[in-house]
Design a protein around this ligand. Structure first.
Ligand SMILES: Nc1nc2c(ncn2[C@@H]2O[C@H](COP(=O)(O)OP(=O)(O)OP(=O)(O)O)[C@@H](O)[C@H]2O)c(=O)[nH]1
Ligand SMILES: [Mg+2]
Length: 288
C-alpha cells in the first residue's frame, strides 16, 4: 500500500535540491503529514545530524532513519484477552468510525473464538442503536440495548451482567460522539467508565479512542480532551485507506504516550489490522 505521503517523500528525494532547501521541504512535508511543527523539526534536525555523521547518506538510509525515529514513539497495544470479561469502551467525536470499528473488532475477536457482546450505549440518537444492531446481526454477535434516550450507563451495566451470565469474553461499548455540550459528553463518559470499573475488578476496561486519519491536526486536540476526561489506553486509527497520512497517531504517541490497537483500512469487516509498527511505517513512508 503506497501512500500519498510516501509518494511525496519519494518525489522530495528525487528532486535535486540544495541541502538546506531539502530539509525545509522535508519539514513542510512532515507538518503536512500531521506530525506537528515540533516533531517535524525534531526529525529534520536528527536527520541533518545523521547525514553529517554518515557523510553521504542514501535515500534509503535516510528513510530508515526517519522510520527509526517515528517507530520509537509509537507502540502496539496488546490485543490479547487474557482475563475475561474484558470491556472495550470505544470513544471519539462524531463520525470518526466508532460503530463501524466496533463491528470490525467483534468480527476479529469472534474469528479468534471469543464470545462477544455489543453494548448500544450511544442512546443519544435513535438511529445509532439500529445501526449497531444491524452490524451485530451481520457479524453474528449479541447486542444489549435499551430505548433511545435511556441512560448509557444502565445499558453497559446490563451488558456486563449479560456477558457474565453467558460467559462472553468481550464487551464492546458504543458511545455517543456528540452531546449538547462538551461538558455533558465528558460527564457522561466518566459516568460510564465508573460503572464499568465498579462492576469489574481493576484493569478490565480499556478506553479506546477512535482517531480518523482524514481529520488532520485536530485529532491531537481530541486525544488531549478525551485523555484528560477519562484516560485513553489505546488508539483505533480509522480511514487510513482514505487518508494519505497517519502523523496524528505518531504525535499522540510522542506527546501523550498512548499506544495503537488497530488500524481501519476500509469498509468491510475484515478491513481492520492489528497495529504493526514495521508495516505501518513502511506504508506511511513508502518504503517497499
Ligand atoms: N474508508 C473507510 N471508511 C470508514 C472506516 N471506518 C469507518 N468508516 C466510515 O466512516 C463513516 C462513519 O462511521 P461510523 O462508524 O458510523 O462513525 P461513528 O463514529 O460511529 O459516528 P457517530 O455515531 O455518528 O458519532 C461510515 O460511512 C463508515 O463506513 C475505514 O477504516 N475506512
Ligand atoms: Mg456511531
Amino acid at each position: 500500500m503506497k501512500k500519498g505521503f510516501g509518494n511525496k517523500l519519494a518525489s522530495l528525494f528525487n528532486r535535486s535540491v540544495q541541502y538546506d532547501e531539502f530539509f525545509e521541504d522535508l519539514e513542510d512535508l512532515l507538518i503536512e503529514g500531521d506530525l506537528g511543527a515540533a516533531i517535524a523539526m525534531e526529525i529534520s534536525d536528527d536527520l541533518r545530524e545523521y547525514c553529517r555523521s554518515t557523510k553521504k547518506a542514501t535515500e534509503t538510509e535516510m528513510l530508515l532513519e526517519i522510520k527509526r525515529m517515528l517507530s520509537q514513539w509509537v507502540a502496539p497495544l496488546s490485543l490479547e484477552i487474557t482475563d475475561p470479561p474484558q470491556v472495550f469502551l470505544v470513544l471519539g467525536v462524531n463520525g470518526v468510525g466508532k460503530t463501524t470499528t466496533i463491528a470490525k473488532m467483534a468480527h476479529y475477536y469472534q474469528k479468534k473464538g471469543h464470545g462477544v457482546v455489543m453494548s448500544a450505549s450511544d442512546t443519544f440518537r435513535a438511529a445509532a442503536i439500529d445501526q449497531l444492531e444491524l452490524h451485530a446481526q451481520r457479524v453474528g454477535c449479541r447486542i444489549v440495548k435499551q430505548k433511545p434516550g435511556s441512560d448509557p450507563g444502565a445499558v453497559v451495566y446490563d451488558a456486563i451482567e449479560s456477558a457474565r451470565s453467558r460467559k462472553d469474553d468481550l464487551i464492546l461499548v458504543d458511545t455517543a460522539g456528540r452531546m449538547h455540550t462538551k461538558a455533558n459528553l465528558v460527564r457522561e463518559l466518566q459516568k460510564i467508565h465508573k460503572i464499568i470499573e465498579g462492576r469489574l475488578s481493576g484493569g478490565k476496561c480499556r478506553n479506546l479512542l477512535v482517531i480518523d486519519a482524514t481529520t488532520g491536526q485536530n485529532g491531537f486536540q481530541q486525544a488531549e480532551m478525551f485523555h484528560e476526561a477519562v484516560g485513553i489506553d489505546g488508539l483505533l486509527l480509522t480511514k487510513y485507506d482514505s487518508a494519505s497520512k497517519g502523523g496524528t497517531v505518531v504525535q499522540i504517541g510522542r506527546r501523550l504516550g498512548i499506544p495503537i490497537a488497530f488500524v481501519g483500512v476500509g469498509e468491510t469487516y475484515d478491513d481492520l489490522l492489528p497495529f504493526d509498527g514495521d508495516e505501518f511505517f513502511d506504508s506511511l513512508l513508502g518504503i517497499s
